[in-house]
Design a protein around this ligand. Structure first.
Ligand code: NAP
Length: 271
């Protein structure tokens, strides 16, 4: 198969964004690998997948808005990505492109740092791609999951696709019915003043936000003030990137170094 020197990895997305490049390149340097990661803002995802084959790109992250459209152009799809309906990672092994979803694993690994998920009552707010990954991961870890979403149609489809309960609109979320609540909407991302659960939290909850910019979102700040345990979107992000490093290199990911690079870049981006 075609090869590059140094070994090339990258990401394809609608418009280029520096964060994954910083995280991955920090990991490759720490592992002593002759790898380079480049972010490509592209318009044609099908040509993007063809380029992986033509250039021998070893691993390609996939971000918005191409996580679903790339799927039919790959050679194989991992079972979890198939059920979630989105691929965020393409692993190129000897010219065979396999699609994975590492977001669900990132969410589960981040949550499991603070609690067990088995039999926990989990409320997931949102029904987009991130919510599908989070719901899938929590169900895999044997949690009892209820979905809340602004659009009931999308929320019901997610719930029935994945086997979660449908709860209704966010305003129907009642803190006493849950142990863990996860914001998996886009509310709060690059919106430091927006909290999708404003006034709805209680101190017994573990509160997670998938939004990772700013690192301490309005939701996490309010949760911390109440005394809740919190899980940040950056922790999910770094764990999902660790899985990508494991796939692309076969080595254990240097999570602390990756997290430091991520946080420095978020600070540089001034959010
Ligand atoms: N930390 C990580 O590792 C990680 C990984 C992946 C994604 N993310 C983040 O996850 C977030 C969601 O991404 P996505 O791909 O799931 O997006 P998406 O597919 O566009 O879904 C957006 C979700 O947010 C809801 N929403 C949007 N605006 C809203 C509003 N004003 N009020 C209430 N609900 C609203 C939507 O509700 P409707 O269905 O009613 O429109 C939908 O449930 C993004 O911020 C992304 O950066 C984080």
């Amino acid at each position: 198969m075609p090869q590059s020197l140094p070994t090339l990895c990258g990401s394809i997305m609608g418009s280029p964004f520096s964060l994954s490049a910083k995280i991955h390149n920090a990991a490759y340097a720490a592992l002593g690998l002759d790898y380079t990661f480049v972010c490509f803002g592209i318009e044609d995802p099908v040509a993007g997948v063809a380029a992986i084959r033509t250039l021998g790109v070893r691993g390609m992250n996939v971000s918005m808005p191409y996580k679903t459209v790339v799927m039919e152009h790959l050679d194989a799809i991992d079972e979890s990505a198939l059920v979630i309906g989105a691929v965020n990672t393409i692993d190129n092994v000897d010219g065979v492109l396999t699609g994975y979803n590492t977001d669900y694993l990132g969410a589960v690994r981040a949550l499991q740092e603070v609690c067990e998920l088995n039999k926990q009552r989990v409320a997931v707010i949102g029904a987009g791609g991130a919510a599908r990954a989070v719901v899938y991961g929590c169900l895999q870890a044997a949690a009892r999951v209820t979905v809340f979403n602004r659009s009931s149609e999308r929320g019901k489809v997610l719930s029935s696709d994945l086997g979660a309960h449908w709860g209704g609109g966010v305003e129907t979320f009642a803190a006493q019915d849950f142990d863990i609540v996860i914001n998996a909407t886009s509310v709060g991302f690059k919106q430091p003043d927006s909290n999708p659960l404003d006034g709805l939290l209680a101190s017994h909850l573990i509160v997670m936000d998938v939004a990772f910019m700013p690192v301490r979102t309005a939701l996490l700040l309010q949760a911390a003030e109440l005394g809740c345990r919190t899980v940040s979107g950056t922790r999910m992000l770094v764990h999902q990137a660790c899985r990508q490093i494991e796939l692309y290199t076969g080595m254990e990911a240097p999570i602390d170094i990756m997290e430091q690079a991520m946080l420095e870049e978020i600070q540089r981006l001034n959010l």
